[in-house]
Design a protein around this ligand. Structure first.
Ligand code: ADP
Ligand code: MG
Length: 287
């Protein structure tokens, strides 16, 4: 009942709401070396919610599994030009970007299965940790000089590992968004990620900050979820968004239709929660 009332209030509050664009392009990497915590769902649904709020948004898929590309309805079979060509062959990102078919102002640089080889091929390359950073910088510069609309948000979806693809994503971003699944003792796994982020900051990207933590798969009926949420908020009071993403069948169904939950079922609690999270992200100061 409470959840229903909250959805109703949210729907009225968020209906047709447009967000304020950030002063400059915000680049966020969605990272957590654990698989299945909601990285991809968060990337695509936040991106869609931001785009529906009037923002111009690019999703960069650097997970060889290509789940973000799938969820955005983007063609990413083996022959499609993808982030593999960008990272390994220095193809300009503008040449691989595709528009999301059912949401305006949302684009995706897809991942294909080729990307699984990039992790190894990158090892031998010069400035191997900086490939993605350079590609994004060139894309933004190219758009500016050609008079294309500025991108407001770039969201990077990572594989569940701390290999070179994730390192590239962490070097390319200014902000890290960590999704935390409210179903495990989640803080333990965070230590390793935070230690790696510290290393990247010390050696490769001094500007990097963990700006945002999002609690996902929250099931209000379980005591564990409430406990995990409380622990995370105690440790990261400034970073953790007020909005939590509920466990919702709609969120897990949407990708098999090549859709985000925002187009698959726009009034579902999952879609509303991602819109609320997007609004919160857009109103917090960019770091
Ligand atoms: P990751 O990218 O971290 O591996 P995913 O976003 O792919 O995680 O999520 C893992 C699985 O959980 C997927 O099957 C996804 O559909 C499902 N899932 C993600 N978020 C939710 C949610 N809020 N409610 C229910 N299922 C979810
Ligand atoms: Mg994923």
């Amino acid at each position: 009942m409470r959840a229903l009332q909250q959805d109703h209030a949210r729907r009225r509050e968020l209906e047709g709401l447009m967000f304020d664009a950030p002063e400059r392009t915000r680049v966020l990497t969605i990272a957590n070396q654990k698989g299945g915590v909601g990285k991809t769902s968060t990337t695509v649904n936040l991106a869609a919610a931001l785009a529906q709020g009037g923002m111009k948004v690019l999703v960069i898929d650097v997970d060889p599994q290509g789940n973000a590309s799938t969820a955005l309805g983007i063609d990413h079979h083996a022959e499609v030009a993808s982030m593999y060509e960008v990272l390994v062959e220095s193809t300009p990102m503008a040449e691989v970007i595709q528009a999301c078919p059912d949401i305006d102002n949302l684009w995706c640089a897809p991942a294909t299965i080729d990307l699984s080889g990039a992790e190894i091929e990158l090892v031998a390359m010069v400035a191997r940790e900086n490939r993605l950073r350079g590609a994004i910088r060139d894309l933004l510069a190219e758009r500016e000089s050609s008079g294309a609309d500025r991108l407001d948000y770039v969201l990077i979806d990572c594989p569940p590992s701390l290999g070179l693809l994730t390192v590239n994503a962490l070097v390319a971003a200014r902000e890290v968004l960590i999704p935390i699944q409210c179903e495990y003792y989640a803080l333990e796994g965070l230590t390793l990620l935070l230690r790696n982020i510290d290393l990247i900051r010390a050696h490769l990207n001094p500007e990097l900050v963990v700006s945002t933590i999002l609690l996902t798969m929250y099931d209000a009926r379980t005591r564990l979820a409430a406990q995990v949420a409380q622990d995370v908020r105690e440790h990261f009071p400034a970073e953790t968004l007020e909005t939590t993403i509920p466990r919702s069948v709609r969120i897990s169904e949407a990708p098999s239709y090549g859709q985000t939950v925002l187009s698959y079922d726009p009034t579902s609690s999952g879609a509303l929660a991602y819109r609320a999270a997007a609004r919160e992200l857009s109103t917090r100061p960019a770091v």
